[in-house]
Write a protein that binds this ligand. Structure first.
Ligand code: HEC
Ligand code: HEC
Length: 265
């Protein structure tokens, strides 16, 4: 038993050392002209995937096709990562709103496509750390900049011409990416509007609404005080009716009524 445990620990350490080595090796791999420094093999793999799955809309060298899809030069690894991780691309048709679905590619293919799109320049995938943000600031900013479309509980809804998604699936990284891209009708927020720290706070707030603690028990979809009040009234009214009915039944069961004077037999 002990030996097996020791062996497992040793194996674990070995694996850790290997991944660490791989990470360093990756980072120090052949420098390419792009800021993302993706290995050229990865870019080539991404190029091939792009030609078969994306070029029909975005053009053979991602330069865009007018009336179909925008150029991807300069959108960076950031936008590619967002659109592929959230399954928004490849789009079924050029006029459709890109909606979140499960990713169309495996993680390694996404990595390759992201490297290819990133090779045309543009922002890198951001690092978002919710633990470094402030919940109070996040809530304030979300109320100011986001709740108008996404609702303060992040439930989403509809604005003119677009479906606003609920934020229950967005990871901190995707929050950081969406803010910088402004996908579809969502406005774009640059560093000037929202700093990195403020994005951390937003991500922290969004995490908190993804895992709410429903004080008082039943969440009722967290749709607000009016429906909650209505549920309370409906339940209370039903309970009152039931009690009234039971009381009524008990009184009508009482048999000891005095015989009417001069009546019958
Ligand atoms: C049917 C056509 C179509 C296909 C196929 C398609 N796209 Fe797109 N793509 C679009 C359109 C249209 C937009 C603009 C969407 C919008 O307005 O929000 C877009 C936007 C994007 C963006 C965001 C650009 C920006 O300005 O931020 C990225 C990144 C992207 N596509 C990557 C891809 C990749 C990678 C593939 C292949 C896996 C792909 N697309 C396949 C039509 C397509
Ligand atoms: C004008 C309305 C509007 C505002 C304001 C807005 N959004 Fe959005 N947001 C959208 C729409 C519409 C989409 C879906 C875009 C698409 O279909 O590609 C979206 C998508 C997102 C997504 C991706 C969700 C997912 O699951 O893929 C995130 C994250 C997000 N918004 C966060 C924010 C944050 C944070 C703010 C405030 C800083 C904000 N949004 C402000 C309309 C808005």
């Amino acid at each position: 038993m002990r030996r097996r445990l020791m062996m497992m620990v040793a194996l674990g350490c070995g694996a850790l050392a290997l991944t660490d080595f791989a990470a360093h090796w990756d980072a120090s791999a052949t420098p390419s002209p792009t800021s993302t420094a993706a290995p050229s093999g990865l870019v080539a793999q991404g190029h091939a995937l792009f030609d078969s799955s994306c070029a029909s809309c975005h053009g053979l060298s991602a330069q865009g096709i007018s009336g179909r899809a925008p150029s991807l030069h300069g959108v960076g690894a950031l936008a590619a990562d967002f659109y592929l991780q959230t399954g928004r691309m490849p789009l079924p048709n050029p006029k459709a709103q890109p909606l979140r679905t499960s990713p169309a590619f495996s993680p390694s293919k996404i990595k390759a496509l992201v490297a290819y799109v990133g090779s045309f320049g543009g922002p890198d995938i951001p690092t978002v750390q919710p633990s470094r943000g402030s919940l109070a600031e996040g809530q304030r900013l979300f109320g100011l900049d986001c709740a108008g479309c996404h609702t303060i509980q992040g439930q989403g809804g509809i604005v003119t011409g677009a479906i606003v998604p609920a934020l229950n699936q967005a990871t901190p990284r995707q929050v950081g990416e969406a803010v910088r891209i402004g996908p579809y009708v969502m406005p774009r927020f640059g560093e000037g509007e929202l700093t990195g720290t403020e994005v951390n706070s937003l991500a922290r707030y969004i995490q908190s609404i993804q895992h709410p603690d429903n004080l008082g028990g039943w969440g009722i979809g967290r749709i607000g005080p009016i429906p909650e009040g209505m549920v309370a009234w409906l339940l209370a009214a039903a309970a009152l009716l039931l009690i009234a009915r039971l009381l009524g039944e008990r009184t009508s069961e009482q048999p000891e009524r005095p015989p009417r004077p001069g009546g019958g037999a």
